[in-house]
Design a protein around this ligand. Sequence first.
Ligand SMILES: Cc1ncc(COP(=O)(O)O)c(C=O)c1O
Length: 468
Amino acid sequence: MRDGFLDWLDSQQGRQYELHERHINPAFVKTIRTIGFDKSYVRGQGEWLYDADGRRYLDLLTGWGMFALGRNHPRVRSILEQVLSRDMPNLVRMDCSLLAGLVAEKLTHHVCADSGSPLSRVFFCNSGTETIEAAIKFARCHTRKPRILFCDHAFHGLTMGSLALNGSEFFRERFGELMPGTAKVPFNDLAALEQALHAKDVAAFVVEPVQGKTCEVAADGYLAEATRLCHKAGALLVVDEVQCGLGRTGKWFAFQHWAGAEPDIVCVAKALSGGYVPVGAVISTPRIMDSVFDGMERCVVHSNTFGQNDLAMAAALATLEVMEEDRIPAAAARLGEYTIGWLREIGRSCPFVFEVRGKGLMFGIDFRRPYGPLKLRAAWDALHLLNEGVFSQTVIVPLMNEHRILAQVAGYHTELIKFLPPLTIAEESLNYFLSAMRQVLGGLQRVPGSAWETVRTLAKGAATQFAR
Ligand SMILES: Cc1ncc(COP(=O)(O)O)c(C=O)c1O
């Protein structure tokens, strides 16, 4: 197998669903099969996925947002190949990695560039949820206060600490008692935030500038005022940019859209390594970091084994360089404005579309029960009697079946679909998507029609697409 590994792998093609059903997660396999997403992809390039028969699929899901540069970006791959071709020492642990230092230098440059904030230190880990776990610990350690505030509909990861900051009961229930000392506030509600901070016992307010589960965008002035309120109460402002950071919303970091938004901690992950290697980074100030790592004895009091590994760091360095050279944040701003503008236009003629919202290339469509034609309202009601939150599938399923476009529902028991295209996507591919959306939204207005029939069958089988 060693020399001909790829040939051997090819010879195993077709076994994946059976293997996952047997050894990994049969419920997931059932879901994927039910909605007809059980493809066998064999190659990925930019915004396209290819199956064994050479059919191509437009990827607007990007591995839950990590392939911001598209799949297998050649410049990132080339750097990884160079690193692999050399016997690098890697993770000696009792030294300082040059690669990690170089990534930290770049990240802190971009996080400070627009805001003038002193976010000059970085802690590396291996995932988004780990960045939140670290932020919780850093905030509690620095402030010596117990409570952590989070937002309604928030998603910060699924380990025990970040799960305690999850705004949806669906993810929380049945896992026993979560981390104590947390409290939920409505997103974009400054009065509620002020009230929650009143007792001055809050270590941090953790917030996504653009919420992954809702595509709700922070209102103008919200993060600036949240900064002021937190600091007045002796709390830290933590912005979770795991999904919306690194160019996706049209700036290097989403909080940079708003003057006066000055977080104490910024969390990034997903896109940082171009999707090649698990990675996470917590960016903060010397004052906060030095209060955690406050002496030789405590210099690794929060740490992990794989953080700063050469492959993740080289991929991150390459990704950040591509983002700089190709001016990716500006491209995302332009393409996002174009696409959201057109989607709003297309949505106007579909009575089910309540709102198209988002920022840059992170956007979604929120569907609601229509006021319009009675037969559409009746179709909506009939579907919801069968299964709450399944309407989104009337869009997601034909997007895949009829147009080979991969997208996702944004949350459980909501009617929001979300798109996270690669930031490198060609305008022509976005036009293909817009034209498909026009057809799919048009098809929804034909009752009875094929979209409704397919989804009625799904609703009976209680299939919801896996949402993150
Ligand atoms: C905003 C946000 N924070 C944190 C996470 C958790 O990241 P991970 O899945 O890498 O643990 C996610 C994942 O979707 C996310 O969207």
